[in-house]
Design a protein around this ligand. Structure first.
Ligand code: GRF
Length: 207
């Protein structure tokens, strides 16, 4: 059983799917920590409802550097013996201080088909706006390992949705979110079963 920490800054619907998957025994692991940089967010409330430890360190007004912040977070995760970190709407760029010790032990979900529509500035509604504007025929969601390039790590799973002619960024976001809720627990399940291997800069799923 692996110990999982989920990092979130917002409503936490992806966190919810991971909490549910963990509680229902779908993954060989347990969400044992929810961490946030926003103390008063929906994700913290969801963790408390599930009696999962919820810890936050406010990034707004934090007195130190980004690296010092991440050093604190790293110490927290190491003290709690966290095996896997899942970023789920964690609205903060993570520094190598935290990425390196958790290389290939930290995943993120991105609401587009990476490598398209990723990188700095491509988050939240910006992604869906860009997809609609570019008149893409399809979009989707990607679970990937976190490396030092923003949204650039090896892809673990992707799920597609069609972009419909009458889609707005909002309607597209809603359909993509449904896909996120399917593929994130699935990716964590595969990881927890030891079926996700990194070879070079690619992921191999062993069945
Ligand atoms: C999701 O769209 C995710 O892809 C992005 O942030 C959003 C978080 O939504 N990184 P929620 O807080 O899980 O509902």
């Amino acid at each position: 059983m692996i110990k999982i920490a989920v990092f979130a800054s917002g409503g936490g619907s992806n966190l919810q799917t991971l909490l549910d998957a963990s509680e229902h025994g779908l993954i060989k692991g347990k969400v044992s920590l929810v961490f946030s940089n926003v103390p008063e967010c929906g994700a913290m409330e969801r963790a408390e409802n599930h009696r999962v430890e919820a810890i936050s360190i406010a990034s707004k007004g934090y007195p130190g550097t980004r690296e010092e912040y991440d050093q604190e977070v790293l110490q927290l995760c190491q003290a709690k013996k966290i095996d896997l970190i899942c970023l789920a709407g964690y609205m903060r760029i993570i520094t190598p201080v935290l990425i390196r010790p958790y290389l290939y032990k930290m995943m993120n979900i991105h609401p587009a088909l990476l490598p398209k529509f990723g990188g700095p500035g491509m988050y939240g509604h910006h992604v869906h706006e860009a997809v609609v504007k570019a008149k893409e025929k399809e979009s989707g969601a990607t679970v990937h390992f976190v490396t030092e390039g923003v949204d650039a790590g090896p892809v673990i799973l992707q799920g597609n949705v069609k972009v419909l002619p009458y889609d707005t960024p909002q309607t597209l976001a809603e359909r993509v979110l449904k896909v996120e809720h399917q593929i994130y627990p699935e990716a964590v399940k595969l990881y927890s079963e030891g079926k996700v291997k990194v070879s070079g800069d690619r992921v191999k799923i062993i069945q």
